[in-house]
Design a binder for this molecule. Sequence first.
Ligand SMILES: Nc1ncnc2c1ncn2[C@@H]1O[C@H](COP(=O)(O)OP(=O)(O)OP(=O)(O)O)[C@@H](O)[C@H]1O
Ligand SMILES: [Mg+2]
Length: 408
Amino acid sequence: MEIGSRKLAAVMFTDMVGFTASMQGDESRARDRRRRYVDAMHRSHVIHGGTVVQWLGDGALSTFSSAVAAVRTAVDLQREMRRNDPIDVRVGIHIGDVMMEETGLLGDAVNLASRIESFAIPGAVMLSDAIHDQVKNQADLSFVDLGAYRLKNVGRPYRILAVEASGLVVPPSGLLEGKGDRAFLLPVTLPERTGRLFGRHEERKRVGGLLENHRLVTVTGPGGIGKTTLAVAVGRDAVPRFDAVVFLSLAAVDDPKAVLPAIADILEIKESDERQVLEGIVSFLADHRVLLILDNFEQVSDAAPHLGEILSACRRTHLLVTSRGPLHLQREVVVPLAPLPVPVNVDDMSGAAAALLADAARRVKSDFAVTPENRPCGGNHLPCPRWAAACARTCRRSPASARTSSIG
Ligand SMILES: Nc1ncnc2c1ncn2[C@@H]1O[C@H](COP(=O)(O)OP(=O)(O)OP(=O)(O)O)[C@@H](O)[C@H]1O
Ligand SMILES: [Mg+2]
């Protein structure tokens, strides 16, 4: 590459672990082993078409014009290094822009490949999610996802993967924990709220506050009272205070046995056996402050003991559950949700119930407005039982099913 030029490249960092220390012991053996490493590097680069750009003490920086070539080079190298008297070599690969300067190769891709290499363990080939994206369709290569990590001075978290192939070492994901901060790369799991939230200021504050000090809060109440709506609002408020806020609707789940797999699924944990599913969830949640919102739990209330198990094992996990009734678990704080207060006076359009009713009516009839004519009690200033009843009905069931025609 010419000085000042820039290109997209697969960048590989390799490092012979403990070379300096081994030079202090048997120097000639250390030199022999280093020669074996350097020879294997050259051979694998020639076969797959890569370039060792810089030798850096015990390690090397290489570039490839093909992601697949970089990964295959690394696999060949590690296989050779593990054969007979194994030599411990760490390998990290990333893909991105690099620039050639007088001092050598520079660029974010170089920094990132070096960070990935620092996560590597001897005998393993570690990849960033970016390079994995380029090679994942190779039928003869398989990969193990070791989780997402925040890398020092790097903007977004990166997933780190290890190549799984005969002769290669695959680190257990727990082994990486000490090397960097695990990050959560969860899908956006709070549903978009379609309409405005009317009222519920007190309840929102109260439930949010309870979740600070309690790890299981259950919002109870009859169907349509507003439990889900409130839970989503509380979840949104909680985002800055948690590593992740995960919303799981159980509305379509009616088998209690399906609850753990559904939780595993939303956390992107891939285990099939029921016991392993719980273990997978626990190991995922163990060290992180996660708010898990489980909506419509009345459907699967027999699965409540599993929530107890999760709470016992994951000291930083908080659960916000919505259900028609309490779960009857230890430590549970139950918040029964009352209907929105209904107006007693027909002119009182300031209340949340009236606003919700008018909003519901506008979804059926877009130009709906409360006028003296359509007021159920004809505009007198007496307490209005029909108006109150309409509001109450709307607050107790979905506005879609409310008989808004009765008021306009
Ligand atoms: N305070 C509110 N502000 C705006 N809309 C609300 C409010 N409370 C309820 N709703 C609306 O009423 C409907 C029912 O509310 P929600 O789904 O939250 O009830 P729920 O108690 O969770 O019902 P279910 O037990 O059937 O799950 C929804 O369409 C929701 O948008
Ligand atoms: Mg609901």
